[in-house]
Design a protein around this ligand. Structure first.
Ligand code: S3P
Ligand code: PEP
Length: 449
């Protein structure tokens, strides 16, 4: 197997800190909400102020793309971002190729905007993103009348000839994906009439919440089985509204699991987003016996948030049901690390979507664990990890494959294991969690990079 590293790869050797992790931290803003804030603000009339925007590389790609489409976006000295929207239906044609870097969310959501405006555009990304499937958005978005040309298998680069008069869409989701749902809703915004999304398995609803926040007419009906029917009335007047971005629960996952696994640790993570469609990891860790308390629950900027108080805990294996997967989809690599230290077997069910993330996260997570002495196997779409003591774990290399979540999971493995862990490239952590290493060091992790 080849093991190609980018020229600017940043390796890191991670050792157990030898003392508990402790302190109070705040992790960066939610990545999903940050992308959406920039996109909806860019389509609105007036000036939107965004507090707490994630300044990770993925989100900066969305900012650059929205600028290329005519939105004015600036960062003020106090860290607040201000967007003067171009207005729905009034975007300008980008002069050059839109490079979405490592970000599936940026590429797929933007495809919905581009398909529903009368302009021609070409989108590309880095080597990881160019491998990821775009047919899942091209298929439904073709219903607008837009014309797409992609590489084989619907891969980037992708050219889009959008429609100034897009047809509204009626889509029944074939895959549980908030990115696909959001692409359809974004396209439906500029289509006269009603766009409908049938979602048998609910996924994160930040787009729905934010569309309402900006004044769109959107309704959600739920059926008895948890499915959702979303109706959006096209061509609303979107009006700039201030946005406050909560801390990202998917980023909180890494210091949280590290604190659970490093003996004696006690860590407080402030103001973490607690949208119920994002908190599957917290539910699962509690089922595993984690001492994880949620304090000071409140609503900030329209989303529930709370402080997570976590103490090192002896974990036991559990079965994680497939229905929970969308609410913790990005957390499986670090949950698998936690499971490697738990007593007994953890079975994580229904992980097919992990195969199409920044890497094939299912096989990459298996490789991460196996290289570090854990017992792991895959049966169909399930991953099964049998836990062992810390002294039996570590000593291996983690190949991160341009995937930030694998890099951070490798770091957590190294902090908890009996032997050091070599992570081949931590550079991609900046896509979602800038400042990860110093923040972990503020807790006493003692990382050298
Ligand atoms: O809509 C979003 O912001 C996201 C949805 C999920 O992807 P899928 O929609 O592909 O499941 C998730 O993995 C990604 O990190 C962010
Ligand atoms: C899957 C992820 O992001 P994206 O799809 O936006 O690249 C992630 O952040 O784990």
């Amino acid at each position: 197997m080849t093991h190609a590293l980018p020229a600017d790869a940043r390796p890191l050797l991670v050792r157990a800190p030898g003392a508990p992790l402790s302190g109070r931290i705040r992790v960066p803003g939610d990545k999903s909400i940050s992308h959406r804030a920039l996109m909806f603000a860019g389509l609105a009339w007036g000036e939107t102020r965004i507090d707490g925007l994630l300044e990770g590389e993925d989100v900066l790609r969305t900012a650059a793309a929205m600028r290329a489409l005519g939105a004015e976006i600036r960062r003020e000295g106090d860290g607040r971002w201000v967007v003067r929207g171009a207005g729905l239906g009034r975007l300008r044609e980008p002069e050059d190729v839109l490079d979405m870097g490592n970000s599936g969310t940026a590429a797929r959501l933007l495809a919905g905007i581009l398909a529903s405006h009368g302009l021609h555009s070409v989108m590309t990304g880095d080597a990881s993103l160019r491998r990821r499937p775009m047919a899942r958005v091209i298929g439904p978005l073709a219903g607008t009348g837009a014309v797409f040309a992609s590489r084989e298998g619907g891969r980037l680069p992708l050219s889009i000839s959008g429609r100034a008069d897009p047809a509204p869409l009626h889509v029944r989701m074939q895959v549980a994906s908030a990115q696909v749902k959001s692409a359809v809703l974004l396209a439906g915004l500029n289509a006269p009439g009603e766009t409908v999304v049938e979602e048998p398995v609910p996924t994160r609803d930040h787009s729905e919440n934010m569309l309402r926040h900006f004044g769109a007419d959107l309704s959600v009906e739920t059926d008895g089985a948890g499915g959702r029917l979303i109706r959006l009335q096209g061509r609303p007047t979107l009006i700039a509204r201030d946005v406050s971005v909560p801390s990202d629960p998917s980023s909180a996952a890494f210091p949280l699991v590290a604190a659970l696994l490093v003996p004696g640790s006690e860590v407080l993570i402030e103001a973490v987003g607690l949208n119920p469609l994002r908190t599957g990891l917290f539910t699962t860790l509690r089922e595993m016996g984690a001492a994880l308390a949620i304090e000071n629950e409140r609503i900030e900027g329209g989303e529930p948030v709370g402080d997570l108080l976590v103490r090192a805990s002896a974990l036991r294996g559990v079965v994680v049901p497939a229905q929970r997967a969308p609410s913790m989809i990005d957390e499986y690599p670090v949950l698998a690390v936690a499971a490697a230290f738990a007593e007994g077997e953890t079975r994580m069910c229904g992980l097919d979507e992990l195969r199409v993330k920044e890497s094939d996260r299912l096989s990459a997570t298996v490789a991460l664990l196996q290289a570090n002495g854990a017992q792991v196997r895959v049966e169909g779409d399930d991953m099964i990890v049998v836990g062992r003591g810390a002294s039996a774990l570590g000593g291996g290399e983690v190949r991160t494959q341009m995937d930030h979540r694998l890099a951070m999971s490798g770091v957590v493995m190294g902090l908890a294991a009996g032997r050091p862990v070599a992570v081949d490239d931590v550079a991609f952590i900046d896509t979602s969690f800038p400042g990860f290493v110093p923040l972990m060091n503020a807790l006493g992790a003692g990382l050298s990079a």
